[in-house]
Design a protein around this ligand. Structure first.
Ligand code: CCH
Length: 281
């Protein structure tokens, strides 16, 4: 919005990405996950959910087990909200993901400001709208089609698993997908295709896939991207061509963080359900 210095906010976010005391030395992956989970509740049929509103501030949504651990990301961003109180949480959380992706060597993702935070928990989407990692291709399709994504976009977005790791105490899964999880790349796709993956129960009793040396992992949903022939086509393309992956990822992530954002003539997000969606509810 006019008069607000978003470049200054971006510079502050960039500073908090390297962090020796957290995980693999970076807050970047968990910031990306916050932007994704804040947006991925969208349902195109009802127009509910999505990044506008920052509804994860409310207990109903923050206590969805899918969001375990995202309190770290929200806390990392809090001093920035204090420094720039004019920015909405919904803008800050989505911008956090975008800045983190770039800071970790990923593509520039187009981002627009103007989201408006809800003032109460009236429009918090129900729990259970985010994907369940223990399932397969049919489940992922139903979740991402509900948001309005196609197969190509689903595979591109899944490439975010080149970043970060699973934490047993948050999700029940353990370990990173790639050897260098704080650098964005297409290694995830290469490993999906070319490493040997063995299914085994982890220390918490959940099935996941392990590499030969047991250092790297894949979730059942990740493996479905290579076993499903229509998903696999895109995995092969992205494994071969990093620039092609980065372009597709950038477009799909930009679309993700705009879900649920209806913009008026000046680009400002309209209050939730003020238009078509309200009529449908
Ligand atoms: Fe993811 N993801 N994700 N993911 N995810 C987890 C961690 C990250 C699924 C499950 C999990 C996307 C799609 C899916 C990230 C970005 C994206 C974890 C471990 C699980 C489980 C959480 C923990 O233990 O901390 C499933 C299932 C799907 C789809 O089917 C998409 C899309 C994105 C972004 C575009 C990132 C980044 C992480 C690492 C977080 C961290 O804290 O290191």
């Amino acid at each position: 919005m006019a008069g607000h210095d978003y470049e200054a906010v971006k510079a502050e976010i960039k500073k908090i990405v390297p962090n020796d005391e957290y995980d693999d030395g970076s807050t970047g992956p968990v910031l990306v996950r916050l932007a994704w989970h804040a947006s991925g509740t969208y349902d195109k049929e009802t127009g509910t959910g999505g990044s506008n509103g920052a509804t994860m501030r409310y207990k109903i949504e923050s206590s969805d087990s899918a969001n375990n651990g995202l309190e770290h990301a929200r806390k990392f961003l809090e001093p920035i909200k204090e420094k720039f109180p004019w920015i909405s949480y919904s803008d800050l959380w989505t911008l956090g993901g975008v800045v983190a992706i770039e800071a970790m060597g990923g593509p520039v993702v187009p981002w627009k400001p103007g989201r408006v935070d809800d003032v109460d928990d009236k429009y918090v989407p129900p729990n259970g709208r985010l994907p369940d990692a223990s399932q397969g291709a049919a489940h992922i399709r139903s979740i991402f089609y509900r948001m309005g994504f196609n197969d190509q976009e689903i595979v591109a977005l899944s490439g975010a698993h080149n970043l970060g790791r699973c934490h047993g105490d948050r999700s029940g899964f353990e370990g990173p997908w790639v050897p260098n999880p704080t650098r964005f790349n297409n290694t995830y796709f290469k490993l999906l295709l070319h490493a040997e993956w063995v299914k085994s129960k982890n220390s918490l009793g959940n099935e996941q896939f392990y590499s030969d040396d047991g250092e790297l992992m894949m979730l059942p949903t990740d493996m479905s991207l290579v076993t499903d022939p229509k998903f696999r086509v895109w995995v092969e393309k992205y494994a071969k061509d990093k620039d092609f992956f980065f372009n597709d990822f950038s477009a799909a992530f930009a679309k993700l963080i705009e879900l649920g954002v209806t913009r008026g003539p000046e680009g400002l997000a309209l209050r939730k359900y003020s238009t078509v969606a309200r009529a449908r509810l």
